[in-house]
Write a protein of this length. Structure first.
Length: 117
């Protein structure tokens, strides 16, 4: 299983970024997908998740209303649209795949998002 994130970068507060995660080596439709983030000196925190079919998404309170997760099962991708970014959103963002049957979880290598004030 390989998860490759892209789309991170340096932006100003209030700007938008779109992260993408390309998956390979798995039956994508068997996996719930998610995004997590780790700020310097902190644990990796949940950001957003989406079910296998894409019909239900969940968000951390800190990003609700600003971030939107989506997936394309035909292209094996999951995206995170991040709007109205804040300096506290600065973190390394990780794509995660969770097999809903075996509960095996896989992680990408992460992509850095830096929001300047």
């Amino acid at each position: 299983v390989q998860l490759v994130e892209s789309g991170g970068g340096l932006v100003q507060a209030g700007d938008s970024l779109r992260l993408s995660c390309a998956a390979s080596g798995l039956t994508f439709s068997n996996y719930a997908m998610g995004w997590f983030r780790r700020s310097p000196g902190q644990a990796r925190d949940f950001v957003a998740s989406i079910t296998m079919s894409g019909d239900i998404s969940s968000y951390a309170d800190s990003v609700k209303g600003r971030f939107t997760i989506s997936r394309n099962n035909a292209q094996l991708t999951v995206s995170l649209q991040m709007d109205k970014l804040k300096p506290e959103d600065t973190a390394v963002y990780y794509c995660s795949a969770l097999n809903v049957y075996s509960r095996a979880r896989y992680w990408g290598q992460g992509t850095q998002v830096t929001v300047s004030s």
